[in-house]
Design a protein around this ligand. Sequence first.
Ligand SMILES: [Zn+2]
Length: 156
Amino acid sequence: MRIGHGYDVHRLAEGRKLVLGGVDVPYERGLMGHSDADVLVHATMDALLGAAGQGDIGRLFPDSNPAYKGISSLVLLDYVMERLTQGGLRVGNLDATILAQRPKLADFLPQMQKNLALHMGIPPERVNVKATTEEGLGFTGTGQGIAAHAVVLLEP
Ligand SMILES: [Zn+2]
């Protein structure tokens, strides 16, 4: 077995859609970034690449490449999974945490789990997505941004 950890953060800004785990979450602001800035999928991809010993998404999908502008991060996840599958690895399970003061995410977590499971080729029961506020502390607590942590297990 191989274990990997991923962490990502994006700034919240006006005039952007908020996409988390491939779900359009209704909110007055969204995350800034070159792609759709899906912080949960980005943390997940970094965990997958970390477990596989294949670097990180910055190396794989550089911001300087116009091909990735506005792209759905789930498409990037498909590409990461293709690499892992070619390397003879499959996902055992994923556990992730979103750090966001607002909006409330509980209602959207099941769909995020389904999306991630589908794109990683595993049953939804093997994907766990949690959300927590940070008691008003730090950049997530004051609503400046949203962060995500992910831990994955890869199996041969
Ligand atoms: Zn990111």
